[in-house]
Design a protein around this ligand. Sequence first.
Ligand code: MTE
Ligand code: CO
Length: 441
Amino acid sequence: MSSVTGRNKTPVKTAQSTATVADPARRRLLTAGLAAGAGAALSGLAARPAAAAGGDPLITQVQDWNRYLGDGVDAKPYGTPSQFEAEVVRRDVPWLTADPVSSVNFTPLHELDGIITPNGLCFERHHGGTAEISPADHRLMIEGLVDKPLIFTMEDIKRFPRENRVYFLECAANSGMEWRGAQLNGCQFTHGMVHCVVYTGVPLRTLLEEAGVKSNSKWLLAEGADASAMTRSIPMEKALDDCMVAFKMNGEALRPEQGYPLRLVVPGWEGNMWVKWLRRLEVGDEPWHHREETSKYTDLLANGKARRFTWVMDVKSVITSPSPQAPVTHGRGPLVISGLAWSGNGTIKRVDVSTDGGRNWKTARIDGPSLSKALHRFYLDIDWDGSEMLLQSRAIDEHGYVQPTKDALRLARGENSIYHNNGIQTWYVQANGTVENVEVS
Ligand code: MTE
Ligand code: CO
């Protein structure tokens, strides 16, 4: 691991990390140098011949771990990752927010594989810190336009028929810092406000039916028990569709950061509606937006108008490796290009990958389950000839929505937006394997 350069750097706004490839001469230079060989069929060998290893002491000598007994089964009642994975952690960007209590940290996407995010690595976003609530003291209340207002204990909730569903959660502000240009050097920071776990819980519909929702009800207000007492209005149609009241993630209890003991799951919709530490649901006939942050639900456009009710997280993807925090360290030859794709509208039908800044595209291989409103894992296995690449991925969902370029997004919505940036990301892979966040246009 010692030869790895630039890994897990905390991003700083240096001239290098804010670099954009806007200068046409430089852009031409870049694309001219992009050899077709980058996409050629696999021919090289990923392993070296045994004979070449010769006097490697790791083969010829007995190592410590081969000689001494290790820890017993009583050493770690709750297991933790290997000491050699200590760099694989959530990270925050200190200059982004005024304090860590109303703040965000980011999932280390560049270190992960498959589609499930480990619980301890799910990004955290909260407005008043993490509430520590004993499940014995937690209550969920349903009131408003219902036949009988109800109060549930955690024990009550666990007596209803439950279901297991895999969903991604993406903050509406994910990639928001990248609207005006390439800024943060790493997909952890540009795209890490997303995670995907399997939730166990009770359909929200079940609890609402228990209370008896009146026929004139149109909206549901969800409120959290944390210090920010965050509230969000959700249209009743969505509440009765696929929302869940979840108490487990990836098989174990929710983590405190993710809303222990109870959170709302609003599949495919922006993260701020997924109220954590869920304590109250009020059924009404109009939205409560006046009680909520005025910036929410609106996307400011260039003409001063705003897009409202933009709740669905549109089709999006990013290459997680190679990426600025995960450079190519092995030189030319076989290279696994890997990434994530997702859509709040359903499954991902196809992901295309370009190694030349969007001039030519190859269809990537989606591997693992393809679940609606969940992360999808894709790969493109290439034989890298060692020349520079401009890596991009472009996802297409089951409805045929195609991930737009950042330029197309800016044309449609201007430069003032922060929310819902699902534009195509570009990574500039240099011949020495280092990777930089850039833009091509
Ligand atoms: N719920 C409460 N009670 N308080 C909060 O501050 N933050 C919201 C949402 N639910 C928040 C909350 C936002 S903006 C997002 S993006 C998601 O929680 C983040 O969920 P996570 O921390 O599990 O990643
Ligand atoms: Co958010």
